[in-house]
Design a protein around this ligand. Sequence first.
Ligand code: HEM
Length: 488
Amino acid sequence: MELLLLILSTLLILTLVCHFFYLNKQNGPEKLPLPPGHVSWPFKYFETLDYLKKAKTDAIHEFIAERVHKYKNSKCFKTYHIGQKMVFLTSAEGNKFLFSNDYKLVRSWWPDTFLKVLENAGDEITIEDVTRARKQFLSFFNEPDALARHVAITDQVVQDHFRRYWDGCNEVRVYPLARKLTFDVSFRLLADIRDREILDESLPLMVQVVRAFFALPINFPGTTFNRAIKSSRKLRKIFVDIIKERRSELLEKKNLDERNDILSRILVENYKEGKDVDDVFLAKNLVALLSAAFDNPSATITSIMKNLADLPEISEKVRKEQIEIAKSKAPGEPMSMKDIKKMTYSMSVISESLRLEPPASGTFREAIEDFNYEGFRIPKGWKVHWSIHATNRNPEYFPSPETFDPSRFERNDPIVPYSYVPFGGGQHICPGKDYAKLQILLFMHHAVRKFKWEKVNPDEQMIRDPDLSPAKGLPVRLCPYACDNELA
Ligand code: HEM
């Protein structure tokens, strides 16, 4: 009898212990199911193909909406994207969750191709180096009046651009010119480079670099990836030469404080603090920054030019606003922050273009540990994608989502938090967002006052290949306005 009691109580204790552990596991993410979706062979290839097909017609929102529907309104799904098992988040709450968990549950992640092309994955660079470089870069934008200092310079570059490449032309291709402009503007901001030879040599190299960010990582002569690696090296060399020259100016006690560019600021700051930064490391960072700075604004300018050509009433309202601003200024008076702040309708046009045709589709994070998201397990090491396309054309957040309606940004009805995220969020929110708006507004100020334009190919639309760009480069016919007419 005693033996039987002993066996029974041992069994009872064992059962309780097992139950305790089971419950504990149930509460942790380990036992939760993975999000619905396909990540294994052969379906994973169909997933990738479907994404690419939708991207071509700028319909990534459909790729996401179809899966949300298929998986019964799931707040996330798994798929195979850019060669990775990837979880897509499908709501504004998802964006909020991800952005508020930067460096808690997730960290920033970039595809291998991206890092290899920029050669930023080198193990000689520490997290501290990267964090320091980022801080220095950000401080440039966060200083009081940082933007105000750039208005007049940027305006000069924009005016010079129009004089050189638009004035006197009957027809121009907008996209390549927009790239030229935003490249010139970015190079000026980053390193105060105005030398046409350097600019003209560097732009085609940079175009090769950004084209390969999401290319197949096949490093063989003639591949996109291979061309990008070579171009990135050449760009680095150009920057190293610039850095050396600037450093010697500094040592010769030429007053670099007068220079209003990021490179000079970083050199001066480091010099004052007695810190030495490796030229190649600095050059790599500048190439990375230049790639971030020039590509997205040029796609946005192009998308605005297309939308204004398609919508003459909206174009006329922008023109009216810009003429009023021009009229309020004395001849030759430089543009100021006060003028920029008056461009409220033009700003709504930018916002609506960024909503309908966001140049960046979103970025990626990597799970630092297993975690629970909406009842699903996101395993450590898996990649998580916040995609602008989950919300930007979703009628739940934007009524009549396909209509280009700048007034939605002027009305008082609030936009659902985290549903409008063209510049990302959290610790990695785009540090150049206000500067980007500034240069686009200045471009619009001159474009609408100088010209009326119409698309050469009336049906031309934006595609993603993989970057947002117009299918044929957006050729437009220009009809110049006489300047004195508008000021009469
Ligand atoms: C229309 C123009 C632009 C758009 C739509 C845009 C969009 C974005 C997006 C979506 C991100 C990722 C944010 C995230 O992961 O949460 C980003 C990051 C970044 N952007 Fe922009 N951007 C624009 C212009 C610029 C400009 C002009 C600069 C520089 C002057 C710039 C510099 C950067 C940098 C350095 C990052 C990386 C931030 C980090 O990882 O911490 N961007 N941008």
